[in-house]
Write a protein that binds this ligand. Sequence first.
Ligand code: ADP
Ligand code: MG
Length: 477
Amino acid sequence: MKFIPTIGLEVHCQLNTQSKLFSPAATSFGADANTEVQTVCLGLPGALPVLNREAVTKAVKAGLAVEGLIHERSKFDRKNYFYPDLPKGYQITQFFEPYCTKGKIEIAIEGGKKTIRITRIHIEEDAGKLMHSEDPAVHESYVDLNRAGTPLIEIVSEPDIANSDEAVLYLTELKKILEYVDVSDCNMEQGSLRVDANVSVRPEGTEKLGTRVEIKNLNSFKSVKAAIEYEIRRQSEVIEEGGKIVQETRLYNAARDVTAAMRSKEEAHDYRYFPDPDLVPLILKREAIEGIRKELPELAHQKRARYVSEFGLPEYDAGVLTAERETALYFEDVIRAGAPAKKASNWVMVEMLAIVKEQHKQIGSLFPPTNLAELIHLIDSGMISGKIAKDVFAEMVQSGKKAKAIVEEKGMAQISDAGAIREIVLAVMAEHPSSVADFKAGKDRALKHLQGEIMKKTRGKVNPQVANQLLGEELAR
Ligand code: ADP
Ligand code: MG
């Protein structure tokens, strides 16, 4: 039997606001436990939530960036459950009326583009964190409420995703969009992007979607991919053996590369959702929404198209340069400083991104974009050769000095004066009479040797075309 998988993703994304969703407490990562808390986060009696405007603006930005419909009216609800990391006994979320519905994300799959529809996006607060003693002899758990009340958006996709690769493409694209509009740092290691994957399979030839299983809290693309693949295999085997899939929540164990049941549908919480009586409905004026839309920066796919049409770059270059917003902005600054697009693209894409990757650095921290434009100009004007440029580049990264200063300081400028080059050619010929004789006797290899000697003598600083031409002339005399 062959099985067709179906996947829908729920992505929790932490908004990068200064303060929490309903309280003025700070949200910075890595602060000492329970230092970023305030009456609302602690759920103290009588403490009242006050909605963070910045969080709403960022949520709206995210919704607009995925072409969602932003509702002028939405509401906050209580999702009730008991857990030590949730002092209030409920989480505030938007269950009945989310602020955004109907978005979409395009992914590039083999043979074209595919649209993954977004069902809804809602605003909600995060819970705190529980930490359990690593020493099995010590039966202690700790509660850190710094994360309690941090603003999140939850982005729920339609079950439009067909396999684990598409899931990763969707997440990559979504992450890129959220980073571009600067609503989240999307740091998966720090938990600012967490994914729940809903997976089902159905026998080929049937229409009705199979029963889904939800795998909770995946915190890397790698585990999303592995968990989905494992789950597809597991479900296919269960059905093949005549069994039935039960709707349940499972957890992925990366160390063992398996998913294991966490709770079944019967054990599912009844959250007793109801409108939060402490909060009025969220009303967004159409003009305010349109105002935010106007402020949206150019997105990755828009930049990508523009790099091809405006700068004449190959699709490949445009894709690499726009993969991260920082790289794209850097590249645009190099162009703005006067460098030709394709040359700027080559340097950024090949040399600079290699170092960024190797040294785990931000591209902007290597040296300013105007310095790269200057280096490219030195090559274009014939002052240094492409080969020397690589050395100058390395020195620029190392010392932070500007290209021209390095060239002057180290005497790296290309010798382009024909008279000076001819003198060098003659000197090399005088030093290697046997090679000259060999060449005249018809041994072509001797020419290569002489050319090499000229380069050695000048440490690669002569223009090779000019040198070779003059060498030819002198040998023909
Ligand atoms: P819940 O609150 O129970 O998680 P939601 O409706 O919020 O339910 O989320 C359901 C998620 O599961 C969505 O991403 C949706 O696309 C996905 N989904 C729904 N049905 C299926 C199915 N049969 N197979 C795979 N995914 C599904
Ligand atoms: Mg869910």
